[in-house]
Design a protein around this ligand. Structure first.
Ligand code: HEM
Ligand code: NAG
Length: 344
């Protein structure tokens, strides 16, 4: 980039930041999807540079404490951002409780008895409201918490675009239809991701989020007892792993018993998840099919990420940015909630 282009960019950025401060609701940005269709820039990392420079430090300090107390919380928070972004975009719709005007997404099939971490988000929000009232959106908190949780678990860091605003609506039906189920085929998974503007590279890399956290028996039981309607286990399951899983997840009952998605290192963000898949030890059907789903690209990606952790980290970071850019509300659209559980 030439010097003059660089300085022009700096100048434009300064102007935009000035405008955003004097008009907090100003819709900056050309292009991007969703929004009012007006001129509108994308999200950008310096969004809170002047309005709440300590935002990320506050998020990190709450996360450090919460994850030290319970390492799994990192996984739960990473997943929350995913379940937010796949339903009406990254707009914190997943955080809304039931009310007169809202039917909460928390009751949807993929979320019920499953998503967690709301108390940690509440704590972050209340600290941010003290420091910078009505400035940092709940949607950005989810994105910051997902990145911070990845970093604190030993995973990659990335420059995180910010400036999302919070929805005034939720979509129970959207949660039921847009979040992929654990028994999805590879073709299904590709379709679910494509619907969000994400490709197969994103699918394989983001599935690597399963390098941390747990899953309930009910999400992998089908594989143990009746994968294809013939009362036989999934033949892609490695035998010793299969026997171990049966002891955690009996044929009847035990639906809420949990098992690590990456039993090698369930609290460490690394590439073990992909190594386990190579050994037939992916927990969910949707994990194992990335290798066995008869799709060359996906299979090669699993192998590459298993071989080269840096390569996985690099792609995970890129795909997280892409996922975080799904239909954000900006400008005058949406609002900055005071309490992440309800609209203002
Ligand atoms: C590819 C499609 C995906 C499917 C089918 C899927 C499915 C699941 C299921 C069934 C669980 C266990 C839930 C439970 O037992 O209550 C789970 C957990 C989890 N998922 Fe996914 N997931 C997918 C993609 C992702 C993505 C893109 C991310 C983030 C980048 C992610 C992050 C997580 C994490 C961290 C957990 C553990 C949560 C905890 O321990 O609280 N998943 N996923
Ligand atoms: C996936 O699981 C759901 C819920 O248990 C079930 O209704 C559906 O038939 C399963 N799909 C496949 C392809 O096995």
């Amino acid at each position: 980039m030439s010097f003059s282009t660089a300085s022009l960019l700096v100048l434009i950025t300064c102007l935009l930041v000035t405008v955003s401060q004097s008009h907090p609701g100003f819709n900056f940005g050309w292009g991007g999807h969703g929004g009012s269709g007006g001129i509108s820039f994308g999200l950008f990392p310096e969004f809170y540079q002047f309005t709440c420079p300590q935002a990320n430090d506050i998020v990190m300090s709450v996360l450090e404490k919460a994850i030290a107390e319970e390492p799994r919380m990192a996984a739960s928070l990473l997943r929350l951002h995913f379940h937010d972004c796949f339903v009406q975009g990254c707009d914190a719709s997943v955080l809304l409780d039931d009310s007169a005007t809202i039917t909460s997404e928390k009751k949807a099939g993929p979320n019920k008895n499953s998503i967690r971490g709301f108390e940690v988000i509440d704590e972050i929000k209340s600290k941010l409201e003290e420091a910078c009232p009505q400035t940092v959106s709940c949607a950005d908190i989810l994105a910051l918490a997902a990145r911070g949780s990845t970093v604190l678990s030993g995973g990659p860091n990335w420059e995180l675009p910010l400036g999302r605003r919070d929805s005034k609506t939720a979509s129970l039906s959207g949660s039921n239809t847009n979040i992929p189920p654990p028994n999805a085929t590879l073709a299904n998974l590709v379709t679910f991701f494509k619907r969000q503007g994400l490709d197969e590279i994103d699918l394989v890399a983001l599935s690597g989020g399963h390098t941390i956290g747990m899953a309930r028996c009910v999400t992998f039981k089908q594989r143990l007892y009746n994968q294809n309607g013939n009362n036989q286990p999934d033949e892609t399951l490695e035998k010793s792993y299969y026997f171990g899983l049966k002891s955690v997840c009996p044929k009847s009952g035990g639906d809420n018993n949990i098992s690590p998605l990456d039993f090698g290192s369930p609290a460490k963000f690394d590439n073990t998840y992909f190594k386990l898949i190579l050994w037939g030890k992916g927990l969910l059907f949707s994990d194992q099919v990335l290798l066995t789903g008869n799709e060359k690209n996906s299979m090669e990606l699993v192998k590459s990420y298993a071989e080269d952790e840096d390569f996985f980290f690099e792609q995970f970071a890129k795909s997280m940015i892409k996922m975080g850019n799904i239909k954000p509300l900006r400008g005058f659209n949406g609002e900055v909630r005071k309490n992440c559980r309800r609209v203002n």
